[in-house]
Design a protein around this ligand. Structure first.
Ligand code: WT7
Length: 664
């Protein structure tokens, strides 16, 4: 739905196949398709037994579970429910006394290039100290803690410390606005906010604490007792006595030991807000046991992690990718990982390639939008081309967050992977907790632009509106038929919305992903065709069209009506295009430009800079049916610059199309 016609065509004719390199396959954990098929067969023969075996093998349990899956209150499925464990102990304590204890856990490279390393032992001590500090502030098991932090070791420490004492964290990406922070604090009922004075991005110091102050200023967040501030830079920020404390203050005198609190496997490890089809973000609630199993398991399966790997996932901890493949998975697996604070284009667009060389990264995991923007940069300036860096340490590449077009795939394969590294195109979502459809690098022959096949045990399928299977080669709705351990457990505070969004009755109880997909006729490989709901994917960031519309119409002095659609974009995948009717006349020329800027800044303030429309068009009205329904299908065509060939006879006001067809 969101892919451009040219991208669809090039995928349809895609017939290049890249089998796993023999050397890679030979050494891989899951080596060759028969090994993959054997795992699939094991899951099919004894679904619960399969997951029970893996949960016992991959996690340390304080109390073993006796029941694997409890479907008695479907779709509120429970996994390993009477088992007890601690996520932080499974990421840190379990490595003590093993060779991993003194291994580097995190290589942190700051925005300015400064590098800090911490070993697993040191990380455990820092987490324990911070966990003690949280306890000293009165944070208890089950409390919610909001984390609004830059990409730093401290961000990971804060998450792990919450997990250690059984507090449920909710991380909010540092690009979200005060209003977004406030909404999330209120919905989650957070008792403590953990933030930093500033964050560094591309040499600029951007405030975080001041935004938290704004979020709390109205007095609408009575649940918040304390704000803990990491002093990332030397620049002072306002501190409210009694409420605000620096990390240094709360950490002073805290011992480096803190017994991890064993929690039930279903205890909510975190809530992460994501966009849906309404104006209100959904608090996706994840479990402890099933989620952590997935984080660990997919490090082994998808990334085929080896003890000497240097793993680098470029995602921010504010997104699910940064949860599963920065804060939890690599640590549970005992990996050495790179954590990066800055932006890919600072001090130049060769930063990623230089960092891979500097840290001898062997696994690199990033988003197609980053690859596409770096292709552009490398084509414009040979000095930042990956060919200029020694990338020989790489053995595996990954892609996540949006469909990767075959052209970008080929460039990534050739210029970054040196034609020797498999690329795992991992399809998943905030709700799935981790990878669900992805190649296994030692087994699956790769086809550019396809996320290939479901992981063993994942019953992904393509169905019609009634849940009936659709034949290969025909597009349909992506579902997962059976529950799996790392699936979303609930929408925080909104079980009715959870049921309605993910388990609509007409779909036979299947999990509805919200994406369209098609399986290839030859290999039954999956290809994701884009969201089927009102969710956009801009630079791998998920945005609800309704969320942006609500933000626009909240500017009540100016805006009468707004409709937001996505249009294909070469770099960001999709771009946000807003059609706006003002309360006064339709502006043109410079005035239109100036009002468009005002509205963009307004949206940045309401939601965050990532939600700013790339284009705003003004009209006297919007195309509506006689019953008053906005015809988004037409707006999408207009945004793309397509001629309207569709039937417009049901339109109340067909003349409006011409007015809206021009960019201002
Ligand atoms: C949506 C989920 C996956 C973690 C980061 C994004 C799209 C994700 C792929 C892929 C095609 C993909 C889907 C999905 N998506 N990965 N490999 N190929 N599309 O998580 O913010 O929850 O977004 O991202 O549309 O539904 P998210």
């Amino acid at each position: 739905m969101s892919a451009s016609p040219s991208a669809i065509e090039s995928v349809l004719v895609e017939n290049r196949v890249f089998p796993p390199p023999a050397e890679f396959a030979q050494a891989a954990r899951i080596s060759g398709m028969p090994a993959y098929q054997a795992l699939c067969a094991e899951a099919e023969a004894d679904y619960e037994g399969f997951w029970a075996r893996l949960a016992r093998e991959h996690l340390d349990w304080n109390k073993p579970f006796s029941q694997t899956l409890d479907s008695s209150n479907a779709p509120f499925f429970q996994w390993f429910a009477d088992g007890e464990l601690n996520a932080s102990a499974n990421c840190l304590d379990r490595h003590m006394g093993t060779p991993v204890e003194h291994k580097t856990a995190i290589i942190f490279e700051a925005d300015d290039g400064a590098v800090t390393r911490v070993s697993y032992r040191e990380l455990l001590e820092r987490v324990a100290r911070f966990a003690n500090a949280l306890k000293a502030q009165g944070v208890q098991k089950g409390d919610r803690v909001l984390i609004y932090m830059p990409m730093t070791i401290e961000g990971v420490v804060a998450m792990q410390a919450c997990a250690r004492i059984g507090a449920t964290h909710s991380v909010v990406f540092g690009g979200f606005s005060a209003k977004a922070v406030q909404e999330r604090i209120i919905d989650a009922g957070a008792v403590v906010v953990i933030t930093a004075n500033y964050q560094l991005r591309g040499g600029k110091e951007l405030p975080l604490k001041a935004i938290v102050d704004d979020a709390l200023a109205s007095g609408e967040c009575p649940s918040v007792r304390q704000v803990l501030v990491y002093e990332r830079t030397a620049t002072a920020c306002a501190m409210q006595p009694g409420r605000d404390k620096t990390f240094a203050e709360v950490l002073a005198g805290q011992p480096a030991e803190c017994a991890p609190v064993a929690v039930g496997a279903e205890h909510p490890l975190f809530i992460l807000y994501t966009s849906g089809s309404t104006g209100k973000p959904k608090g996706v609630q994840h479990s402890t046991g099933g989620y952590l199993l997935w984080a660990k398991l997919t490090m082994d399966w998808t990334f085929d992690l080896r003890p000497d790997d240097v793993f680098w996932c470029t995602a921010d901890i504010g997104w699910i990718t940064g949860h599963t493949y920065v804060a939890y998975g690599p640590l549970a697996a005992g990996a050495t990982q790179v954590v990066f604070e800055g932006v890919p284009t600072f001090p130049n667009a060769g930063r990623f390639w230089q960092m891979i060389e500097r840290h001898r990264c062997s696994i690199f995991y990033t988003a197609p939008t980053a690859i596409r923007s770096l292709i552009k940069a490398a084509e414009a300036d040979p000095a930042v081309h990956p060919d200029r860096s020694d990338l020989s340490s790489l053995r595996l590449l990954g892609s996540v967050g949006e469909p990767i077009n075959p052209e970008a795939w080929m460039w990534y394969h050739r210029h970054v992977g040196g034609e020797r590294c498999p690329i795992v195109d991992t399809f998943w979502q905030t709700e799935t907790g981790g990878h669900v459809i992805t190649p296994l690098p030692g087994a699956t022959p790769l086809v550019p632009g396809s996320c290939t096949l479901p992981l063993p045990g994942i019953t992904a399928a393509i169905v019609d509106e009634l849940g009936n299977d659709i034949a290969d080669g025909t597009g349909g709705i992506l579902v997962i038929k059976r529950p799996w351990p790392s699936m979303i457990r609930n929408i925080w505070n909104d079980p009715a919305r959870f049921k309605k969004s993910y388990f609509p009755e007409e779909l036979k109880g299947y999990y509805l992903a919200g994406d369209g997909a098609v399986r290839s006729s030859d290999r039954s490989y999956f290809r994701i065709t884009g969201r089927i709901d009102d969710v956009l994917n801009v630079s791998g960031h998920r945005m609800g069209t309704m969320e942006i519309e609500s933000a626009l119409v909240a500017k009540t002095d100016l805006v009468a009506e707004a409709a937001v659609v996505g249009r294909p974009d070469d770099v960001t995948g999709e771009a946000i295009c807003a059609f706006v009717v003002l309360k006064r006349g339709r502006p043109t020329g410079d005035e239109a430009k100036q009002i468009a800027k005002e509205l963009r800044d307004w949206v940045a303030k309401e939601i965050g800079p990532i939600a700013k429309p790339k284009e705003i068009r003004f009209g006297d009205n919007l195309p509506k049916t006689r019953s008053g329904k906005i015809m988004r299908r037409l707006l999408r065509a207009l945004a793309k610059g397509e001629a309207i060939t569709q039937d417009t006879s049901t339109l109340e006001n067909p003349a409006i199309l011409e007015q809206l067809s021009e960019a201002n």
